[in-house]
Design a protein around this ligand. Structure first.
Ligand code: GTB
Length: 216
């Protein structure tokens, strides 16, 4: 059955794979599942037709037959449940990977995403420097604990899993911040993931969309 996801018609990240369709594309490539993409403008996302799929008028969404999903983490989990290769077979190992999926989105991503928003929206506010320093301190706490947990391991749950897809797409947002320079093991973790053929196919596909988009 055909799978269709939605993505930005022209991503603000200029095809750098930071928009959240990237993690869905990557999961589909990892399990060898082909998919179609419906590209949306910011305006089209807010139209009733799309809001019937995504209550908040965002991307990505995932459609397969009568199923319509939103939330990139939930979509990646759905893909991992329906195809082998992204979740351990044993129940405890699977539960541990699911915990790391939640940790990526609920514990590590929020201060990193907030940092992006502050840098875009609050740069000329009087509290900017203080807020940025506070977020950087919190981010470093999260990266201290994440790098301590990962240690010398290649992946969070033993073998590569859906948790690594979510965590790496969260950490990539820091690649231009300088913060990762103090965390060589996390930089190596990201590079290991980016070297995966499935990642490279997903990245190339979303980059091609940006390159083909008409200039604004
Ligand atoms: N929690 C949801 C959040 C989805 C979301 O934030 N979607 C964004 C695109 S990915 C977030 C994003 C946007 C831009 C960049 N960038 O670097 O330019 C990176 C990531 C969106 O549709 N925004 C349009 C809107 O809200 O009206 C999920 O994980 O699916």
């Amino acid at each position: 059955m055909t799978i269709t996801i939605t993505a930005f018609e022209r991503s603000p990240d200029r095809g750098n794979g930071l928009a959240r369709d990237m993690r869905v594309r990557w999961a589909l490539e990892e399990v060898g599942q082909s998919y179609d993409v419906r590209l949306l403008s910011f305006e089209a996302m807010k139209e009733p037709a799309h809001k019937a799929l995504h209550p908040f008028g965002q991307i990505p969404t995932y459609e397969e037959g009568s199923l319509a999903l939103f939330e990139s983490g939930a979509i990646v989990f759905h893909i991992a449940e329906r195809h082998a290769g992204l979740l351990p077979e044993d129940a405890n190992g699977r539960a541990g990977v699911i915990a790391w999926m939640f940790a990526a989105l609920n514990t590590v991503e929020p201060p990193i995403f907030d940092r992006s928003l502050v840098m875009i929206l609050e740069r000329d506010q009087p509290w900017y420097e203080h807020r940025l320093r506070a977020l950087d301190t919190l981010i470093r706490k999260r990266l201290d604990d994440l790098s301590a947990f990962l240690g010398d391991a290649d992946w969070l749950g033993g073998a590569f899993s859906a948790a690594d897809i979510l965590m790496v797409t969260v950490l990539r947002r820091l690649q231009t911040s300088g913060i990762l320079e103090a965390y060589p093991s996390l930089a190596a973790y990201i590079a290991r993931a980016e070297a995966r053929p499935a990642y490279q196919r997903a990245f190339a596909a979303q980059r091609a969309v940006f390159n083909a988009a008409p200039p604004t």
